[in-house]
Structure formats: C-alpha cells, structure tokens
Ligand binder design. Structure first.
Ligand SMILES: Nc1ncnc2c1ncn2[C@@H]1O[C@H](COP(=O)(O)OP(=O)(O)OP(=O)(O)O)[C@@H](O)[C@H]1O
Ligand SMILES: O=C(O)[C@H](O)COP(=O)(O)O
Length: 427
C-alpha cells in the first residue's frame, strides 16, 4: 500500500518498488538521516536513535538481495559536529549485526569504485554528503538532477530510496535530485512517519489535541496559525515558553522575571500575532500553576496576582487539568517539553503529560528530540498507540502545513515511474 500525502499524491513503498521493478540483484541508493549529536571533544556519537531507526530498511533491502549504498549528512560545514561518517558505520554495523563497509569519499573515484564492486546483500556507507558543496544548495529537483553530485552517482544505481524524513524539508541534491532520474520509493522510516502523520488529515481522528511547548516559539506560532486557518485542532494545551507567550497575549501577569526571559529571547515581539489568534477563537489553554525557581528555592506558584520566581515547569494543577483534557482525544500531538527538562527537578510536567497521553485512548504522535528521549526513558517508545517521530525541523514544517520538498520530489518521481499507482489513487 503506497503512502498518501495530504494532497492525495502517492509515494511508493519498498513493496511497490519490489512488485513493479524487482529489488533482487539491484543496486539501491538509500538516503538516510543519521545526523546525530556528537561530543565535540571526543567525536563520540552521543545518541544512536536515528542510526537504529534505519536498521529495518537496510536489513530488509539487503535480505531481499539488493546491494545497498547509504548516504547521509552529519552536521553543517563549519560546525563542530560536521564530521566524517566513519564512526557511524561502526555503530550501524553493530546495531544491524551486519558488516557496513565505509569509504571516505562521496562522489569521487574511490566512492564510485566501491559502489561498482558492491555485491548483492552487501552494505556500503559513503562519507558525509555535505562534503560535496552542492549538497548545501537549495534548488529545484530538476536543477539538482543536473548537479555533479547526482550525475556522478545516479548512473551507478537502479533505484533510489528516501528514508530520511528528518531531512525531507531540505531541497538538496541527495534528497530531491535522484528521484527525478531513478524509480524511487520511501524507506520504512519514512513510510512509518507518513502513515502516522496521515492521521492528521483523517476526519474520523477527532477530537485532536495538540500539546505544544518547548523553546522554538517562532516555529510553534507558525504551526498554530496553520492549525487555526484549517480548523485542524480541537484543543491546544500550551506549555513551555509557548504558554508564557500566550499568557502575556491574554493579559495574564507572569511576573517581571519571566517577561525579561521572553524579551531576551525575542519572544515578546510575537505577542500581537498570538493575540490575533486568540481573538479569532484559537482553542488554546494556558497553565494555571507553575513550578518556579526563586533565589535558588523551588516552589509551586498559582497563576493569579503575578508569578514571583522564574518559570521552570508546569505545576500539579495544570498537569491534572491537561491530563483530563487529553482523555477525550482520538489523536494527540505532543511537541516540545513542558519545562526545562535538562534539570531533573523540572522534568515532572513533561513526563506526566507524556504518560497521560500514552495511557489515553488516543493515537499519540511525539515530536522533537527532547520528548523522544523522555518517552524512551519511560519505556513508552514501543507502545502501540505511540509514534515517536524522527523529525525535528521537518516535523515542525509538516505540522505547519508546508509541503516538504523531499516528499514532493518522491511524489513527482512516482508520476513518472509508477504511473499506474498514481492514477489508481488519484481517482
Ligand atoms: N518554561 C521554560 N523556560 C525556558 N526554557 C524552556 C521552558 N520550557 C521548555 N524550555 C526549553 O525548551 C527546550 C526544548 O525546546 P525545543 O522546541 O527545542 O524542543 P525539542 O522537542 O527538543 O525540538 P527539536 O528536537 O526540534 O530540537 C529545552 O531546552 C527546554 O529547556
Ligand atoms: O537534524 C535535522 O533536523 C536534520 O538532520 C536536518 O539537518 P539540517 O537542519 O542541518 O539540514
């Protein structure tokens, strides 16, 4: 069953590719996203979540008899986490229990030779795609199809698979160029993401409750504007700095110190936009109490005449109120932590909300690095009603209703290479 996008367009899966073209004996280029946090001093990979996530796709393609060549970026040029992928190949070998060869080249003779020599069932990881300067240019799929990156590698492959949902918001050669030239499909990570996110546009999945917090307030405001314009949320439970912004917009006194925090982060400038949404009837709730820090002392303060300390987490009354509100939901989306979870003293609000969502009757989509870690640590990652998204920026843009170039390119490719599939689903 292919994946369906919001606009009804189709993206083939590995099964569609195998059925229509045959995977056995082929050579497949697989774009994964194993961009991971790296310790700048030691170069050690600090979290292998993304590496583990792709294991299923890679193993499956290898077992179906394909020679599998993997590409990914790591960091951005000039940043401390812009590194070679050699350590990633070792972690990947270990998590897969299969040998993953590595070549410290992307499009040069060494990489092309290693690709040519790769046998069915074998796996090869090329080096960081962003070593190729074209990879950091954003351009159309057609333009990137003509890039040196794509022109050098595409002739060596039968197919292209995109498994990098977390990079689907980038219009870069390794994401959008190859689908223009090769029959292409979504890998298992991307397929799972699209399946989970498709619930966002199914009318039966209501009421929909969005629990939105964290520090990326600009991005969250864009999500809220989209949700409002499309009447896509039945209830929004604000936490983190998002809640503080909306409380100011409602005229609630959050105390001088917290106003200063918002000002320093450039969030106060967003108040008029937040107020406009509220005036237009955005169904958004704000906390009734907080855990605050005042002169080194941690306490619970109720919202009312003004908050004295610095807000660090939502309080117990808010946890019960929000948990109660989640009970009626069919779909819950949680994005961004409710408090400063880096400090264990301020983790309770986020943990309790994640637990309440998991215990509800709803399907739960969890987005963002911080919440993923919390859900995994609570042992909830494999719960049937939970989907832990691998996407950071990509998920934010998807939730804000934007078309992701990586997905658009796959759909465009499907119209060319899988015309029957596209026709069947457009009727
Ligand atoms: N009330 C608060 N005051 C200050 N910082 C807060 C507050 N609530 C949450 N935060 C901060 O928000 C940050 C996380 O927000 P962010 O929007 O980056 O979420 P995320 O889920 O990690 O997203 P991504 O994976 O895309 O980076 C944390 O560092 C946390 O300390
Ligand atoms: O971590 C991410 O969001 C993706 O790997 C994309 O990375 P980028 O923001 O550097 O393009």
């Amino acid at each position: 069953m292919p994946c369906l996008l919001r606009n009804g367009e189709v993206i083939p899966t590995i099964d569609d590719l195998d059925e229509n073209y045959g995977v056995k004996g082929s050579k497949i280029l697989v774009r994964i996203d194993i961009n991971s946090p790296i310790d700048p001093r030691t170069g050690r990979i600090l979290d292998d979540t993304r590496i583990r996530a792709h294991a299923k796709t890679i193993r499956e393609l290898s077992e179906r008899g394909a020679a599998v060549v993997l590409i990914s970026h790591q960091g951005r040029p000039g940043e401390p986490d812009f590194t070679s992928l050699e350590p990633h190949s070792k972690v990947l070998s270990d998590r897969l229990g299969m040998t993953v060869k590595f070549v410290d080249d992307v499009i040069g003779p060494a990489a092309r030779q290693a690709i040519k020599e790769l046998k069915p069932g074998e796996i090869l990881l090329l080096d960081n795609t962003r070593l190729v300067s074209e990879e950091i240019i954003e351009a159309t799929p057609e333009k990137h199809a003509g890039s040196i990156f794509v022109q050098r590698l595409a002739p060596l492959f039968n197919y292209y698979i995109n498994d990098a949902f977390a990079t689907a918001h980038r219009s870069q050669p390794s994401i959008v160029g190859f689908p223009m030239l090769l029959p292409s499909a979504a890998g298992r990570v991307l397929e799972r993401e699209l399946h989970a996110l498709s619930k966002l546009y199914k009318p039966e999945e209501r009421p929909r409750v969005f629990v939105l917090g964290g520090g990326k307030v600009h991005d969250t405001l864009r999500i809220l504007e989209y949700l409002h314009a499309n009447r896509a949320a039945d209830r929004i439970l604000a936490t983190g700095l998002v809640a503080e912004l909306f409380m100011v917009a409602k005229g609630i006194n959050i105390g001088r110190k917290n106003i200063e925090v918002l000002e320093a982060k450039g969030i106060l400038a967003l108040v008029p936009r937040a107020r406009r949404l509220l005036l237009r009837g955005l169904p958004l709730e704000t906390p009734v109490d907080f855990v605050t820090e005042h002169n080194g002392e941690v306490r619970v303060e109720a919202v009312g005449t003004g908050i004295e300390g610095v807000i660090r987490d939502i309080g117990p009354q808010t946890i019960s109120m929000y948990s109660e509100m989640m009970k009626e939901a069919r779909l819950i989306v949680l994005r961004g932590p409710a408090g400063v979870i880096e400090d264990p003293r301020f983790r309770k609000g986020t943990e309790e909300l994640v637990k309440s969502a998991a215990e509800s009757n709803a399907y739960v989509i969890i987005g963002g690095g911080h919440l993923n870690v919390i859900a995994s640590n609570l042992g909830l990652a494999d719960k049937e009603n939970m989907h832990l998204s691998t996407g950071g920026g990509a998920l934010l843009l998807f939730l804000a209703g934007e078309d992701l170039p990586g997905l658009t390119a796959l759909a465009k490719s499907a119209r060319k290479f899988f015309p029957q599939l596209s026709a069947k689903h457009s009727t």
